[in-house]
Design a protein around this ligand. Structure first.
Ligand SMILES: [Fe+2]
Ligand SMILES: [Fe+2]
Length: 138
């Protein structure tokens, strides 16, 4: 993903931006791999790596949200955010299985990419904007 393509998703929180970019880039690698020679072992490894990256990323965000007491001070938004992490993870786990069975179709990863893009704009951005407002004492 080019810097210009990433711009709409940049939240100006370095570690989270870095992880989001890694996730998008990993999904691009999977889509590229679809157009090459398919190897079940490689695809399974790419899927597992993606799952590990996203679990680590969600853990990082959750820790930051709790550290900032987002769960206490903004429970509705916190709960909606965590719920979407759970939903996204279950979709990815379903996708990991599907790509082994239905390996000709890059659609699932595009679908996951869309979910992630939507999540960043609708949940991560809301939290990070709130985070900066809290830090500024607004
Ligand atoms: Fe995120
Ligand atoms: Fe998130």
């Amino acid at each position: 993903m080019t810097p210009a393509e990433f711009e709409p998703y940049r939240l100006n929180y370095a570690s989270i931006d870095k992880q989001h970019l890694e996730l998008f880039n990993h999904m691009e690698r999977i889509v590229e791999y679809y157009s090459g020679h398919y190897d079940k072992e490689v695809m399974l490894r790419l899927g597992q790596e993606f799952e590990s990256l996203i679990v680590a990323h969600f853990d990082h965000e959750s820790a930051l949200m709790r550290e900032m007491q987002y769960d206490v001070l903004n429970p509705n938004k916190y709960n909606a955010h965590e719920l979407e992490h759970k939903y996204t993870l279950s979709e990815i786990r379903g996708f990991s299985l599907r790509q082994i069975i239905d390996f000709d179709d890059p659609y699932p990863i595009k679908y996951i990419s869309d979910i992630l893009a939507h999540h960043i704009v609708n949940h991560d951005k809301v939290f990070i904007d709130w985070y900066f407002a809290q830090k500024a004492g607004l």
